[in-house]
Design a protein around this ligand. Sequence first.
Ligand SMILES: *[C@@H]1O[C@H](CO)[C@@H](O)[C@H](O)[C@H]1NC(C)=O
Ligand SMILES: *[C@@H]1O[C@H](CO)[C@@H](O)[C@H](O)[C@H]1NC(C)=O
Ligand SMILES: *[C@@H]1O[C@H](CO)[C@@H](O)[C@H](O)[C@H]1NC(C)=O
Ligand SMILES: *[C@@H]1O[C@H](CO)[C@@H](O)[C@H](O)[C@H]1NC(C)=O
Ligand SMILES: *[C@@H]1O[C@H](CO)[C@@H](O)[C@H](O)[C@H]1NC(C)=O
Ligand SMILES: *[C@@H]1O[C@H](CO)[C@@H](O)[C@H](O)[C@H]1NC(C)=O
Ligand SMILES: *[C@@H]1O[C@H](CO)[C@@H](O)[C@H](O)[C@H]1NC(C)=O
Ligand SMILES: *[C@@H]1O[C@H](CO)[C@@H](O)[C@H](O)[C@H]1NC(C)=O
Length: 481
Amino acid sequence: MDLPHKPTKTQITAVRISAVILLVLVSLASVDGKKPCPFSSYLEFSAISCRKHTAVLTDFGGVGDGVTSNTNAFREAIEHLSTLAIDGGSQLIVPPGKWLTGSFNLTSHFTLFVHKDAQILASQDESEWPLVEVLPSYGRGRDAPGGRFSSLIFGTNLTDVVITGNNGTIDGQGSYWWDKFHKNEFNVTRPYMIEIMYSDQIQISNLTLVNSPSWFVHPIYSRNVIIQGLTILAPIDSPNTDGIDPDSCINTRIEDCFIVSGDDCIAVKSGWDQYGIQFGMPTEDLLIRRLTCISPDSAGIALGSEMSGGIRNVRIENVTAINTQSAVRIKTAIGRGGYVKDIFVRQMFLSTMKYVFWMTGNYKSHPDEKFDPKALPEIKNINYRDVVAENVTYSARLDGISGDPFTDICISNVKIGLTAKPKKLQWNCTNVEGYSSDVVPLPCAPLAKEVVSSDGCPFPEDQLPIEDVKLMTCITKNHAT
Ligand SMILES: *[C@@H]1O[C@H](CO)[C@@H](O)[C@H](O)[C@H]1NC(C)=O
Ligand SMILES: *[C@@H]1O[C@H](CO)[C@@H](O)[C@H](O)[C@H]1NC(C)=O
Ligand SMILES: *[C@@H]1O[C@H](CO)[C@@H](O)[C@H](O)[C@H]1NC(C)=O
Ligand SMILES: *[C@@H]1O[C@H](CO)[C@@H](O)[C@H](O)[C@H]1NC(C)=O
Ligand SMILES: *[C@@H]1O[C@H](CO)[C@@H](O)[C@H](O)[C@H]1NC(C)=O
Ligand SMILES: *[C@@H]1O[C@H](CO)[C@@H](O)[C@H](O)[C@H]1NC(C)=O
Ligand SMILES: *[C@@H]1O[C@H](CO)[C@@H](O)[C@H](O)[C@H]1NC(C)=O
Ligand SMILES: *[C@@H]1O[C@H](CO)[C@@H](O)[C@H](O)[C@H]1NC(C)=O
């Protein structure tokens, strides 16, 4: 089939030549000591790789009127650009305008760039959303036992994918899905906004994401993932609008994100009960830093509740949470198996919290009745230090599992200011063991042992491999005009 408006070789070459001219001009400009990119007709952005070929959505018949469907324009553009993966890769520019679309799939060595004045609007027409298989580590859809809608932006088995912009917007138009979900009218699971599976080298950055039908950003079974500079906004009562859910991912860095949502701002996962145990892919080597979160009924960062493949070596630092139910919460249950261990948290600034510390060992939610009641999770070596909190209702609620205590919990240098009417039992601890020092109000007896090091609870000195990944500066034509 002949695709309409395919960019010709000459157009592609023209863009390439103008990029070369621009580079020359930029280097001349920097000799002058001027700003590196003085031309408003070009944009600079940072990415794990820059691309040789560029196309604009309108080259493939895109119409940015907010009404016309661009599903075919996105699908045809990316199908065409996928042929350039082996020739230096490609980028698709979403220019200023409102671009209504259903689900589409990404390709390798590819950048989707959303201009700051562009809005991608998710279609509310279900026929624009193909159904895909359930996730093997979950055994069923998260909302419903059957299948699930493909995510708005979906990718599987890819290498080197960038979704970025200079703060362009992706709007999931979630109210349609939330209403139908509340009325219990779905027998399949709602779509996520962005899901990337079985992939390596992923970057999602500098975007504003609003009103996802369900979870916003879901990297799963992937490695080498960088997520930065996202503003994520959903009503605080919207159902399951988790911000970022790294799930069975190795080597991930999440930084400089601002999230307001109806569920956990970040939820770290690795599969559900017997399906997650069998799949056996942990989330490990994860760094989360400079997060700001508002979520009155959920956690700033949840570890679980689906953690059956294990969660290990997570470093969390510099978290601000305001009007949020709890800070870094562990959620698990009998039947999950797996582990949450070697977790390090420092520098949290918290205001208006129900619980500063919360661990839940009886988070009852199972994929089906076939879970193994002997599959007990191992929760061990959980470290929190340097926390300032104000207007707190309960300092801690730590519920381990009877016969399966949560061990080596360490808490140091924590000042908790309480609400005007605080609860009497500030530290409610069952089936937990650990250490503390310099904590106000005074922790429960099971945590009363002094921390061994006078420096407080540990935080690793070494860097994770994902911290060494440097971004390149890419230059592209500014399609603002
Ligand atoms: C995101 O935007 C910030 C500020 O404009 C900039 O410093 C940063 O390099 C950008 N990051 C990426 C990955 O483009
Ligand atoms: C996207 O890829 C998935 C998995 O390969 C497939 O099931 C789905 O139909 C694809 N969607 C589109 C729009 O091509
Ligand atoms: C993607 O990779 C997974 C795991 O390696 C494999 O099971 C699956 O068949 C692959 N899917 C496609 C569409 O290639
Ligand atoms: C991006 O846009 C959002 C929403 O308008 C805004 O709140 C945020 O400050 C912007 N981020 C940057 C880095 O400009
Ligand atoms: C799911 O619902 C649709 C319509 O709401 C119906 O056509 C379909 O048969 C249902 N599928 C199952 C498996 O119940
Ligand atoms: C913590 O993050 C904020 C932005 O979220 C930044 O302004 C501040 O400098 C950071 N503090 C440290 C100690 O890194
Ligand atoms: C303190 O927390 C309570 C809820 O416990 C809230 O209603 C109140 O607005 C908060 N006060 C301040 C000053 O943030
Ligand atoms: C303390 O926690 C236990 C469960 O571990 C709960 O049953 C009890 O109600 C809690 N007590 C208070 C006063 O909150």
